[in-house]
Design a protein around this ligand. Structure first.
Ligand SMILES: *Cc1c(COP(=O)(O)O)cnc(C)c1O
Length: 397
């Protein structure tokens, strides 16, 4: 292979302002972190509730590692299915109000598994255009026909469902969209899929531990428990650990145990991670104050932005702040970093062309002072580059 081709592709990425690189973190995933040797406020973490380094969760990890060791040693169907996996699956099913639960080693793996298992060659998958990359890749891995509907547009979805003669129809959506923080119109989606006999798959990665009133996810949030065929979500976001789950009927879980390749041919969660997740699920259920603090911080941040004439376009803990071009997006993120506030810039291809943005996430562990500092810093950094409330285009005309 001609290696200079790799160099040329990398050079092209750099030229477009799309080069990606890793930053080194030297602290736990907290409100205050040290990145590249510099202490900054962290507004880019999915550790919404501060559970990733909560002492009880850390202690559970150590305790379960003492008892079971580190690796689970085999795929779950061979001999890697330990007591703690079963206990976690029972606890998650109870938490989500479903009959049964199956855990996966990551959310990415779960989405590959769900879509490739249900999406056989006679199926059509109907996917929201803003769905997470792991859903997009699950669609690609499946043998199903894939129809993409306009973001959150249930009318468009119904047109596609009506026109389809597929034997099995699968509708898949993020519940809280990972880049924009908006919430999928679940009540309308449920009605539409019922009318057309489709299976609904909902990705609660950013809803579990986040959406009120209990952090049990989108179905509970909308009073639609029992109306969604497959609820998936991750342990890696608000629950602060690692891995993922699928919650459904006993029959569906049995089907996945028998058919789902990313479950069958993948080593099970490390037992200590499963134990730590049990502990963090316990904290989430027992101490609702964290969820309330998260929402108070989200409310405060929105109010601070609105006071500066800037809209904060979402009602969850993920807040997109429009910038525009790739260069501007990264420059504003850099300027904020220099001010001691870390907010990651998001560029294409993660988001559509020309819609570069800062993607800010609130945590329960931010103080009100930290939230105010971030809002003031963001407004200043945007103004310095002449960027108005709707992003660069509006300001530069
Ligand atoms: C993070 C995320 C995933 C992937 O989960 P991992 O456990 O990180 O692999 C899947 N779906 C959505 C919507 C996510 O935000």
């Amino acid at each position: 292979m001609d290696l200079s081709l790799l160099d040329r592709e990398i050079a092209a990425l750099k030229e477009k302002g799309r080069y990606r690189f890793l930053r080194r973190l030297s602290t736990p995933q907290d409100a205050r972190i040290v990145i590249e040797g510099r202490e900054v406020l962290n507004f880019s973490s999915n550790n919404y509730l501060g559970l990733a380094n909560h002492p009880e969760v850390v202690e559970a990890l150590a305790r379960y590692a003492e008892r079971y060791g580190v690796g689970s040693g085999a795929s779950r169907l061979i001999c890697g299915h330990m007591d703690v996996h079963a206990e976690l699956e029972e606890a998650v099913a109870r938490f989500k109000g479903t009959e049964s639960c199956l855990t996966f080693s990551a959310g990415y793996m779960a989405n590959l598994g769900i879509l490739s298992t249900l999406g056989d060659s006679g199926a059509t998958i109907f996917s929201d255009e803003w769905n997470h990359a792991s859903i997009v890749d699950g669609c690609r891995l499946s043998r199903a026909r894939v129809e993409v509907y306009r973001h959150a547009d249930v009318t468009h979805l119904e047109d596609l469902l009506r026109a389809s003669s597929a034997r099995r129809k699968i509708v898949v959506t993020d519940s809280v969209f990972s880049m924009d923080g908006d919430v999928a119109p679940l009540p309308d989606l449920v009605e539409a899929k019922d009318r057309h006999g489709a299976i609904l798959v909902v990705d609660d990665a950013h809803a579990t531990g986040v959406l009120p009133p209990h952090g049990r996810g989108s179905a509970d949030h909308f009073g639609l428990s029992g109306r969604v065929e497959i609820l998936m979500g991750t342990f890696s976001k608000a629950l602060g650990t690692y891995g993922a789950y699928l919650c459904s009927t006993r029959r569906m879980v049995d089907y996945f145990v028998n058919k789902c390749r990313p479950f069958i041919f993948n080593t099970g969660l490390p037992p200590a991670i499963a134990g730590a997740t049990l502990a963090s699920l316990g904290l989430l259920t027992r101490e609702p104050g964290r969820l309330a603090a998260l929402w108070e911080n989200a409310r405060l941040f929105r109010a601070e932005m609105e006071a500066r004439g800037r809209s904060a376009g979402s009602d969850t803990a993920i807040v997109p702040i429009p910038v525009g071009g790739d260069g501007d997006t990264m420059a504003v993120s850099r300027a904020l970093f220099d001010r001691g506030v870390f907010v990651h810039g998001i560029r294409p291809p993660t988001v559509p062309e020309g819609t570069g943005r800062l993607r800010l996430t609130l945590m329960a562990t931010h103080t009100a002072g930290m939230v105010r500092t971030a809002a003031a810093g963001i407004d200043e950094a945007l103004r310095e580059r002449g960027i108005g409330a709707d992003g660069a285009a509006a300001a530069k005309g």
